[in-house]
Design a binder for this molecule. Structure first.
Ligand code: UD1
Ligand code: CA
Length: 463
């Protein structure tokens, strides 16, 4: 191929082949290797996201082990699934995808278990007009393929198992990721032979074929070793997790997020932060979380799928899932907020309060020890300590409605369905089974007695 033709390759449709058929024995897990989670989603999801960002015309996933598990995890993603029933090597895996790839395409090969690659590095690989491979330098090349380079160009890749003692000393390694013109790749793949220690078809053998045609591949270097790394066991996965977490925290810090310690925050989803948002240590954000300007999250609090309005503060040790606040709310410490909790401005949810499908109007408070489930609560309501909405009779769930300005005394059971009208006060210790009218005092209470001269029993002597 002439240089001019090769130069047009960057405009060719991009077909991405993701290798994901391997067993991952060393993970020691019932879960498929490529489904092991990283930053809250399967490793393979990160690789698919990279392919999508690279504007792939088509994404081919070569799968094999735990086939059903793997496919089911991406049932809603547009992918071409290529079954590799027996794992006869990386070259065999790519061969199987080739019938679905046209000659005028460019093929990018990624690994389903190498999820930390940055888009910037991938762009450098994609910018190469002809055959190119992504490589890294490492002091511990271990079992990885060694790069045989000449004047920076790839002469061959030798697997550690097939390498000579001298070749094993080479510290530039093959990450496995490559870009190639489809027609050439098809031709080179057809020539593969299992003439190696593992009796497999090695994808890496194509580099010697290309060099023999005077088209040695370019080597593109990762920005650091970890981003090109694959996760073969739980330890490598943990290292990739720390690496990716730091990158995610850094991206948010670049937009103004404040963190007490970048190593002690976990970001496991789509996180959007406004200005002056502060996260203390041990904060875990999961799913889709929006934190508006000035939100402050205390230590060891988990927040999942929530939208917090400006100035919302959540103190330490809270578990928050499915919360919406309008702003300036105060929650915790030690609060459990469950799905469907909606707080208007200025609400307060204190320690040991659990909420579920609970709406609170502006400036309403439940400061201690309550359960508010299936509750519609107005403005300026005070819920005393120990208040329970009894929403469940063992069969059905019912709603408790509390109008504006109600004051519920401590240790009150509100047996739903029940309504407390505006501005009423409920006496402490009441069991409210009927609607309470507007204003005044509603209470249920047995009379207090005093028995004069009553004495405690003496202790019984047992010896
Ligand atoms: C391969 C490379 C090696 C490189 C290393 C980087 C070859 C021959 N060797 O090593 O040079 O340094 O990756 O990690 O290519 N897979 C399949 N089907 C198969 C075999 C593998 O889908 O038949 C997938 C695996 O699931 C994995 C990836 O390909 O995602 C790499 O396979 P793995 O066995 O981990 O790598 P090696 O072949 O040892
Ligand atoms: Ca590997």
């Amino acid at each position: 191929m002439s240089k001019a033709v090769a130069g047009t390759l960057t405009n060719a449709p991009l077909h991405v082949v993701i290798l994901a058929a391997g067993k991952g024995t060393r993970m020691h897990s019932a879960r498929a290797k490529v489904l092991q989670p990283l930053a809250g989603k399967p490793m393979l999801a990160h690789v698919i996201a990279l392919a999508q960002h690279a504007q792939a015309a088509r994404i081919h996933v070569v799968y094999g082990h735990q086939a059903e598990q793997v496919r089911a995890a991406f049932a809603n993603t547009e992918l071409n699934w290529v079954l590799q029933a027996a794992q006869n090597g990386t070259g065999h895996a790519v061969q199987l995808a080739m019938p679905d790839i046209p000659d005028d395409a460019r093929v990018l090969v990624l690994y389903g278990d190498a999820p930390a690659l940055s888009m910037a590095t991938l762009q450098r690989l994609l910018a190469m007009p002809d055959l190119a491979v992504l490589v890294s330098n490492t002091a511990q090349p271990g079992s990885l393929g060694r790069m045989i380079l000449d004047a920076g160009k790839v002469q061959a890749i030798v697997e550690a198992k097939d390498a000579s003692a001298a070749q094993l000393e080479i510290t530039t390694i093959n990450t496995g990721m490559l870009i190639a013109p489809a027609a050439d790749l098809r031709r080179w793949l057809a020539k593969l032979q299992p003439n190696n220690q593992q009796k497999e078809l090695y994808l890496t053998d194509i580099f010697a074929f290309a060099a023999a045609e005077s088209r040695p591949a370019s080597a593109v270097y990762t920005s650091d070793y970890t981003e090109g790394m694959g996760a073969n066991d739980a330890w490598e996965l943990a290292q990739l997790e720390r690496y990716v977490q730091l990158r995610l925290v850094r991206e948010l810090c670049a937009k103004g997020l404040r963190v007490a310690d970048p190593a002690r925050v976990e970001l496991r989803g789509q996180i959007v932060c406004g200005q002056d948002v502060e996260l203390d240590v041990g904060v875990i954000l999961e799913g889709t979380v929006h934190l508006a300007d000035g939100c402050k999250i205390g230590p060891y609090t988990r927040i999942k799928d929530s939208t917090l309005g400006p100035g919302t503060q959540i103190a330490s040790h809270c578990d928050v899932d499915g919360l919406t606040t309008a702003g300036d709310c105060q929650i915790g410490p030690f609060a459990r907020i469950r799905a469907g909790t909606q707080l208007a401005k200025g609400c307060k949810i204190g320690n040991f309060v659990e909420t579920k499908k609970a709406q609170l109007g502006a400036h309403s408070k439940a400061s201690h020890l309550s359960y508010l489930g299936d509750a519609v609560i107005g403005q300026d309501v005070n819920i005393g300590a120990g208040t329970i909405t009894c929403n469940y009779d063992g069969v059905n769930k019912f709603v408790t409605e509390i109008a504006d300005g109600v004051f519920v005394g401590s240790n009150t059971a509100l047996v739903a369905p029940v309504k407390l009208a505006k501005n009423t006060t409920i006496g402490a210790g009441s069991v409210i089974t009927k609607n309470a009218p507007e204003g005044g005092l509603t209470l249920t209470r047995s009379e207090q007695k005093h028995i004069a001269g009553w004495k405690r029993k003496p202790a019984i002597k047992t010896r």
